[in-house]
Every structure is written in structure tokens, then in C-alpha cells.
Design a protein around this ligand. Structure first.
Ligand code: URA
Length: 297
């Protein structure tokens, strides 16, 4: 055991360092089935070559420690499916489940019953959407954060407060009606542990639900909030700095036709880099102009 592992002052300093680095959950990215590990360890012991006399009645093997070598896979466990294959199966299931939904309530129920996204296992709440389902403007952020996870609503933490102010500056409001109304959602519906960016497979697995949300709401304009959202929805590989300030066409096969889509800097980025608010303001004016061009109704 190292000195750090026993020294309370060093341990506290280490925790503080983790906290400042943004780690706020004592969990890993993927769930760990410790019951299965014990079964595997027992199975490995049972199938091991005959033990030397005197050692066979020893204590049961202890549960493996995190970071140690994984236990040998015993005959009681199914071989793990290749990750790619299970992601593909999850995407297929997501497409099928999302396609059945005809209303936002049905889509929410489909998400509640969907177990293909591992983020669900570590999140506290489903975070579906906030705002007005009749809105002409639909915003899609990256992923719920800690406060969103607690409340089950998108953009209700510090970056949500800035997003509300940005929207208000051009006459939009998540509690608004008519021309001022917006609907806000995310590219994934459960909080990634520690607020990390969703992985490409998590985004791909949730995408059929995001697409169905857009089809059901039928907005006149789609706004991607932040680079990961823009890359996912607009199928682009460039970063947000190159994607912002332009109009794209957004369409799914079930939509009557394409709608204009744009990307905004993420408010969390603007909180860290206030100098970029000048560009964000230009983008908001561009959005305001597009809404005005669409006319009333
Ligand atoms: N950031 C996002 O992208 N979405 C949220 O809902 C909150 C923070």
C-alpha cells in the first residue's frame, strides 16, 4: 500500500484534485456487475485443475479489486458480445421503438422502456424535453448535466440560465407561446457520468429518438447547441468554430422537406470563454432574422 493510500491529508488533496478536474461521481463510465464477477471467480475455481491438498478448503476468493486483472471467464457466463454488435442491435431497437411513437407522450414512454443506452443505468432521471411542443424553433443540446439529471429537464443548470438569457435577447422563451415559443432537448437523454461528452455510440443509439422528436414536433428551424450536437445532427466532422454562422438543411426521410438548421456555441463554452459571446450574438441575430423571414404562424 502506498503512503498516499493511508495518509488522510494526501487522500483529501487527491479528492480535491479530482473535484477540480470535474470528477463528481464515484462511479465508472460503464456499470460493473460485481455479482457476476463473484460467480465467474467461483466457476474459475471449480474448473481449475485439482488443487494441492491442504489448499482446497481455503477461503473463497475475494471479489476482484478494481484495477486488478479481470477474473478468468468461467463456463457459467455467456461470452461477451462484441461491443460493435450490441451497439448495432441497440440502434436497430431504437429505430424500431422510436418509429412506433406518434406523439411526444408515446415517445417518452418508448424512451422510458428502452434499455439500449448504458447511460440510463447511471442517470437518476430521463431528461426528455422542456418548452412548448408547438414551437417553431427546436434546440438540441449535447447532454444533461447534474442539475438536469436531478430535475429531469434539459438546460436547467448554469448553462441553461445563460441559454435562457441568449434566447430572451432575441424574443424567445422556453415558457413562451406562439412566435416566442421554443422546445429544448438533447442528443442523449441521460446524463453521462461526470458530464463527459457522449460517446459516438451513445449518440448513435439515441439519435433515432431525437429524429423522431423532430419529426413529431415539426419545427421550422432546428438549432444545434454546441459542437457535439451539430456534428451528430448535421452529420458534419468539422468543429463548432467552422459550423457556426452558417445555415444547413436538416431532414429525415419522414419529414415533408428540409428545414433550416444552424449551430450555436454551447453556453457552457461561453461561460468559460466570454470573448466568444460576440460571435454568439451574431449567430443569434442570424436566427432572429430567419425566424422573421419565416413569417408569422
Ligand atoms: N448542457 C447540455 O448540452 N444540455 C443540457 O441539458 C444541459 C447542459
Amino acid at each position: 500500500m502506498t503512503q498516499t493510500a493511508t495518509d488522510p491529508v494526501a487522500l483529501k488533496a487527491l479528492l480535491q484534485w479530482y473535484l477540480e478536474a470535474g470528477v463528481d461521481e464515484a462511479i465508472a463510465d460503464q456499470p460493473q456487475d460485481r455479482f457476476a464477477e463473484q460467480v465467474q471467480a467461483l466457476a474459475a475455481k471449480a474448473s481449475a485443475p485439482a488443487a494441492r491438498p491442504g489448499l482446497s478448503d481455503g477461503p473463497l476468493p475475494a471479489s476482484p479489486v478494481r484495477g486488478s486483472a479481470p477474473p478468468a471467464r468461467g463456463p457459467l457466463t455467456k461470452p461477451a458480445a462484441p461491443a460493435q454488435l450490441s451497439d448495432q442491435a441497440a440502434v436497430k431497437d431504437a429505430v424500431a421503438q422510436a418509429a412506433k411513437a406518434q406523439t411526444l407522450d408515446e415517445l417518452r414512454a418508448a424512451l422510458e422502456g428502452f434499455d439500449g443506452c448504458a447511460l440510463k443505468t447511471t442517470a437518476s432521471n430521463l431528461c426528455f424535453f422542456d418548452g412548448n411542443p408547438k414551437a417553431r424553433v427546436l434546440l438540441v443540446g449535447e447532454a444533461p448535466g447534474a442539475e438536469e439529471d436531478r430535475q429531469g429537464l434539459p438546460f436547467v443548470g448554469p448553462s441553461g440560465k445563460l441559454l435562457d438569457a441568449m434566447l430572451a435577447s432575441i424574443g424567445l422563451d422556453r415558457n413562451g407561446e406562439g412566435d416566442s415559443a421554443v422546445l429544448i432537448s438533447n442528443t442523449v437523454f441521460w446524463r453521462p457520468p461526470g458530464n463527459r461528452t457522449p460517446t459516438p455510440s451513445e449518440a448513435a443509439i439515441c439519435l433515432p429518438f431525437v429524429e423522431r422528436l423532430i419529426e413529431i414536433v415539426g419545427p421550422r428551424v432546428v438549432v444545434c447547441v454546441g459542437g457535439p450536437s451539430a456534428k451528430t445532427l448535421l452529420a458534419q466532422t468539422q468543429g463548432i468554430t467552422r459550423l457556426r454562422g452558417k445555415w444547413f438543411d436538416y431532414a429525415t426521410p419522414k419529414m415533408a422537406g428540409p428545414v433550416p438548421a444552424m449551430a450555436l456555441y454551447h453556453p457552457a463554452y461561453l461561460l468559460r470563454s466570454p470573448a466568444m459571446k460576440r460571435d454568439a450574438w451574431r449567430d443569434l441575430l442570424m436566427l432572429k432574422q430567419k425566424i422573421a423571414d419565416l413569417g408569422a404562424g
